[in-house]
Design a protein around this ligand. Structure first.
Ligand code: 5AD
Ligand code: SF4
Length: 479
């Protein structure tokens, strides 16, 4: 099979942050009519790995495919288009993708017209793309995070030829509005407010895969929120690699606090946001979060390490003292605050003493939840060039120790819910017990309880009767 390369990724270009203003454009499909014909009677399968930005991209792709008559299937064996939407943040996410392509490639043998596509952050890395193309000749379409909006035209070209298409442009990125979106959920919605990242933490691949920080126009965001309110959405989550940087690249005079406040005034019952970088979290934002009942008192504030030298080497732009002061201001001003974080253990040459600083910070902050990771070198990032003298065995031990410290407070926090009545937005049947429903409290605790399916999508009162580390058991309380 011949390969046609429209664009090939280049990490040097991906780092570029010096060009002119962001381009704002509307989504456009060149082969719309042809794709409407092609989609008739055909099915698509998408599997997404990674963060909420990827989930949101999946929704865009679903919307595009369904707008041209494709029907969703959960069974890849009957699909005419298979898309694996990948994540590059850590090596184990990539390993899962290799495994899945290995399982799916057989369908190309039984269906010669199958479009087997790999997209997302993984393929934005030239060396990984090289491995993929050599290892899996069956894959016939690769496209990057900046090409999501060209999906239909890319499928059209792949389907109608016997070539393998690679369209991955490393660039700073645009802001595309009016996308055809099919939301995954009818009462909870993600709303992008800013794309990309300019922070370049030394361990992280994201700024290379997702381009520069670029905010959507304030009015476009608010139009979307207004539509969601009209459609009776119960919860929206504002998304960005760093939501606090919202507006800094525009001349509109709006910041993230303004986004929160304007949305809160529209009356959506639950407003969430993620992720916040501690570096540009302003007092104004804290005040707005405290002021409005429908802004959930949950802040995801990745710390990564509790040691100043490690934070410096990570390029995090804050130190332990600054972080702790910020947490203090948040806890003082926001009643019922639930703090969560991301922590990396085993950054190159992290000493036992430096790791202990992370443990003491965790003990001091008392997080309500946390994501913990063992450092995974990402080729092309500055940290990947650092010589590392810490064994994997030590890293794993530190990881276990960290989880134990975190769980002390998480368990205590869960226990404190017993006997109280909490508002739960019901997600659906519980994944662990189909006789139960499950949903989340305002503070983002997972609750299982018995109830009727017609409660799905509603906010109900639940009395908590039992606690586990990561979930609660409750009973429905009559209104
Ligand atoms: N190794 C381990 N964890 C990482 N993260 C990002 N890059 C890496 C890496 N190379 C973690 C950070 C980030 C979260 C999304 O993933 O903690 O906040
Ligand atoms: Fe990665 Fe740092 Fe940007 Fe988060 S802020 S996406 S960790 S570079």
């Amino acid at each position: 099979m011949k390969t046609k390369i429209i664009n090939y990724p280049d990490l040097l270009k991906a780092r570029d942050r010096h060009k002119s203003d962001t381009l704002f454009a509307n989504a456009h499909v060149s082969h719309l009519k042809e794709m409407e014909e092609l989609g008739k009677g055909k099915k698509y399968y998408i599997h997404t790995y990674g963060c909420q930005a990827n989930v949101r991209d999946e929704e865009t792709m679903r919307g595009m495919l369904e707008s041209v008559n494709f029907i969703k299937t959960e069974n890849p064996s009957e699909a005419d288009v298979i898309i694996i939407n990948t994540c590059a943040v850590r090596e184990n996410a990539e390993d899962k993708v290799y495994g899945e392509i290995g399982n799916l490639k057989k369908y190309r043998r039984s269906n010669k017209k199958l479009v087997l596509a790999i997209c997302g952050c993984m393929v934005e890395q030239p060396e990984i793309l090289e491995i993929l193309t050599q290892k899996f000749p069956e894959v016939n379409l690769y496209f990057g995070t900046h090409e999501i909006d060209q999906l239909l035209d890319l499928i059209y070209e792949t389907y109608n030829s016997d070539i393998r298409l690679i369209s991955i442009e490393s660039k700073q990125g645009e802001v595309i509005e009016n996308k055809l979106v099919k939301r995954n959920n009818e009462f909870k919605a993600y709303v992008n407010i800013i794309y990309g990242c300019n922070k370049f933490c030394t361990y992280c691949i994201v700024p290379y895969t997702r381009g520069k920080e670029r905010s959507r126009k304030f009015s476009d965001i608010m139009d979307e929120v207004r539509r969601l309110k009209k459609e009776n959405y119960q919860e929206i989550t504002f998304l960005g690699q760093n939501v606090n940087a919202y507006g800094k690249d525009l001349d509109e005079g709006h910041d993230f606090a303004d986004v929160l406040e304007e949305a809160a005034k529209m009356g959506i019952p639950r407003i969430r946001f993620t992720t916040s970088h501690p570096w540009d979290f302003s007092s104004k934002m804290i005040e707005i979060i405290a002021k409005y009942d429908n802004i959930m008192k949950c802040i995801h504030l990745p710390v990564q390490s509790g040691n100043d030298e490690v934070l410096r080497l990570m390029g995090r732009r804050y130190n332990r003292e600054h972080y702790l002061n910020l947490v203090k201001e948040m806890r003082d001003k926001i009643k019922g605050l639930s703090l969560s974080t991301d922590i990396i253990v085993g950054f190159p040459n992290e000493t036992e003493e430096q790791f202990k600083d992370t443990l003491s910070l965790v003990d001091e902050v008392k997080y309500e939840s946390a994501f913990t990771f063992i450092y995974s070198p990402r080729r092309g990032t500055p940290a990947a060039k650092m010589v590392d003298n810490v064994s994997y065995k030590d890293k794993s031990r530190r990881f276990q120790e960290l989880v134990k410290h975190l769980e002390v407070n998480i368990e205590k926090d869960s226990l404190s819910y017993i006997g109280g009545v909490y508002k739960v937005l019901v997600d659906g049947r519980s994944k662990t017990d189909s006789n139960m429903l499950s949903g989340y409290t305002e503070s983002n605790k997972l609750v299982h309880f018995k109830g009727d399916e017609n409660l799905i999508g509603k906010i109900v009162n639940v009395l908590i009767i039992e606690s586990h580390t990561y979930s609660l058991i409750g009973e429905l309380v009559d209104e």
